[in-house]
Design a protein around this ligand. Structure first.
Ligand code: NAD
Ligand code: FES
Length: 280
């Protein structure tokens, strides 16, 4: 069992959870994820690590309540325990050999870009981060991202905080500058990562995107997480989650992510109708 040591509301339906998971904290590298199960019969959900501390053995994740399991987790409080945390899973983000990086995080993806920016800065790389949310109330991790970057640009779609517009606005300006970055890391909605990759392509700036395909085992056995990269089938869970953004077939990924939408809605509707029985 893994007990929730801390729970913090970051924004509407977005919470940060801290668990004690010493083995995960000791081994995890930026870009890796864990798979959670709330109870014995629970669905397995992959969540990218937002932070780890090998000294205290603590890990931090940020979860948005969207589907049944994430809404159920939302009902858990500090002191409650979940059955499983498996990890760290996935191939760590490739961070070596860069001098100047741009880290782009959109929505919940901001939590996932955080360990990447933090590690790059610790390695001596010049880090400019862009984080984007739909509105002021959904902005989170601003302090964490400021600490993890040399420069931080915050955007909101509606202009209620920071620069008005999407993350790709400031990204385009940075790419047009003289002293260009040699790498861009991007985590967020698929459509955002596609647009980031489109923006960097003409400048031939290496661009990594962190894909979030449907996963089951997370260890390369089921094939549920198939993605197409450069015309070759890859498994998101073991070959990724990071891939070359200029090679990813984003349209296929979006189609595959939509495959179970109806069932996901039905499941959530049923859970909401029955009322939350969860862990109590
Ligand atoms: P959102 O829809 O609120 O978008 C967040 C930001 O992304 C926007 O504010 C904007 O700046 C940017 N964006 C959105 N559409 C864009 C476009 N067409 N062009 C350029 N920029 C655009 O995001 P959300 O509701 O928080 O959703 C987060 C999504 O990220 C979820 O679908 C989740 O599955 C995914 N996610 C992915 C990972 C991953 O590992 N790839 C991790 C966490 C979350
Ligand atoms: Fe099963 Fe990747 S999730 S192979």
């Amino acid at each position: 069992m893994f007990t929730i040591l801390e729970k913090r509301d970051l924004a509407d339906k977005i919470c940060e959870y801290v668990f004690e998971a010493p083995l995960v904290a000791k081994k995890a590298r930026p870009g890796q994820f864990v798979i959670l199960r709330l109870d014995e019969e629970g669905e397995r959900i992959p969540i990218t690590l937002a932070d780890t501390d090998p000294k205290t053995g603590r890990i931090k994740i940020v979860v948005q309540a969207i589907g049944t399991t994430t809404n159920r987790l939302h009902c858990f409080e500090k002191g409650d325990a979940i059955t499983d945390i498996i990890g760290p899973l996935g191939t760590p983000t490739h961070l070596d050999g860069f001098k100047k990086a741009i880290c782009v995080g959109g929505g919940v993806g901001i939590a996932c870009i955080h360990p990447i920016a933090k590690e790059l800065k610790a390695m001596g790389v010049q880090v400019t981060s862009i984080i984007g949310s739909r509105c002021k109330d959904l902005v989170f991790f601003e302090d964490e991202m400021r600490a993890a970057s040399h420069e931080l640009i915050v955007t909101t779609d509606d202009g209620s905080y920071g620069k008005k517009g999407l993350v790709t606005g400031p990204l385009a300006e940075l790419l047009q500058g003289v002293d260009k970055a040699d790498v861009v890391f991007s985590v967020g909605p698929v459509i955002m990562m596609r647009e980031v990759a489109k923006a960097t392509k003409p400048y031939e700036v290496k661009t990594y995107v962190s894909l979030n395909p449907i996963m089951v085992d997370g260890t390369g056995m089921c094939g549920a997480c198939r993605v197409s990269v450069g015309g070759v089938t890859k498994f998101g869970c073991v070959d990724g989650p990071d891939f070359d953004g200029h090679q990813v077939d984003f349209d296929l990924l979006m189609k595959r992510l939509a495959m179970f939408k109806e069932m996901e809605q039905q499941s959530l509707g049923l859970w909401q109708k029955e009322g939350c029985k969860c862990h109590k």
